[in-house]
Design a protein around this ligand. Structure first.
Ligand SMILES: [Zn+2]
Length: 354
């Protein structure tokens, strides 16, 4: 087990971080494995990105890993390597029609998968399937009780719907995780917490009538930003009315406005006592992001992560799975995601095996 972990960390170090002066390989074999948190990363995930100066470039994972290494975090996580998800796994959330369109996008010489937001890039199917596969293996680790929490920087693709890509998101790994929790692990009441600057419309509308998907989302007001949805009035439909909480913030809002809104998220989660928490911690709400207009610092992400660790410990047997989501300034995403991972490794959890 230790050897496998070292090998995986070495893989991250050599294939993703390239020529950085690394301490990962020099550190073996002394420290006890810190299995409270695992990190789902690897070279193929770094390939998920769009060419030609697109804001979601292919080098975001390495920017995060460099910062996480500088902060000494990589030595404190179990490593979880990616692998491609099967069509059947992706099909737990997506239609086969959508999967096949992505699979054949290069052969069919498509330029975009949707209305122009999500360009086709070389290896798009493989990279996208690996985002989902990594998410499922990270989930399996958590469900086996090997780690209480997992973090996957390249993932959290919350705009993709069951039958379409959208907003840089090819396959919705979050949706596949939710469906897998239900179909494979028998977990029904799942909380979804989204602090990405954009509304998580791909999850919201897929579960709008589902009373057991407990949805909370703080984002920039849709009147000013893509995708234009997520008003306070959108609380779920039919039997699900009241199970969804959308909190739009005005452009220019920062840590103060986030912290004022956050207790509503906690009250919502406590009210429904989720059995598992999925956390989309997009870094595009930080000040200076080129696509949005909020002014968070990484303290926002640290606060949300710390509180969710606590709430997961109270209601969800500690089970918390986080994804990096958006973030188009590399310094910002490195700081925000490292703040989340730091909270994940800082707290010890007694993991209850199921
Ligand atoms: Zn976003």
């Amino acid at each position: 087990m230790f050897a496998m972990r070292r090998a995986l960390l070495r893989d991250i170090a050599t294939t993703v971080l390239g020529g950085l002066p690394m301490t990962l390989t020099a550190r073996e074999p002394n420290p006890a494995p810190a299995t409270d948190a695992c990190l789902c990363a690897g070279e193929v995930l770094g390939h998920y990105g769009f060419p030609d100066g697109h804001p979601l470039g292919a080098d975001r994972q390495s920017a995060f890993l460099k910062e996480a290494e500088l902060q000494g975090l990589l030595a404190r996580v179990a490593a979880c390597a990616p692998r491609p998800a099967t069509n059947a796994e992706i099909g737990r959330f997506h239609t086969q029609r959508h999967i096949e369109r992505v699979m054949h996008a290069e052969r069919d010489k498509l330029k975009f998968l949707d209305n122009g937001d999500t360009p086709v890039f070389p290896g798009i199917f493989e990279a996208s399937a690996n985002v989902v596969g990594a998410a499922l293996d990270g989930l399996a680790r958590v469900m086996r009780g090997e780690s209480a929490r997992s973090f996957q920087p390249i993932g959290g693709l919350h705009h993709a719907g069951r039958n379409h890509s959208a907003g840089f998101c090819v396959f919705n790994d979050l949706g596949v995780v939710i469906e897998t929790l239900r179909q494979r692990y028998g977990i029904r009441r799942i909380a979804y917490v989204d602090i990405d600057v954009h509304h998580g419309d791909g999850i919201f509308y897929a579960y709008e009538t589902d009373p057991d998907l407990i949805f909370t989302d703080i984002h920039e007001d849709g009147r000013y930003l893509y995708p234009g949805t997520g008003s306070e009035e959108e609380t779920g439909k039919d039997a699900a009315k009241g199970s969804k909480l959308n909190i739009p913030l005005k452009p220019g809002s920062g840590d103060r406005e986030f912290l004022e809104a956050w207790p509503r998220v906690e009250q919502h989660l406590v009210r429904f006592e989720p059995e598992f928490i999925v956390f989309q911690c997009g870094a595009d709400g930080l000040q200076g992001d080129p696509l949005a207009h909020l002014k968070y610092s990484a303290a926002t992400h640290a606060h949300a992560a710390k509180r969710l660790v606590d709430i997961a410990g109270r209601f969800s047997k500690g089970r918390l799975k986080a994804f990096g989501g958006g973030g188009y300034d590399q310094n910002n995403l490195a700081k925000a995601w490292s703040a989340v991972l730091r909270e994940f490794v800082a707290q010890k959890t007694s993991i209850l095996k199921t």
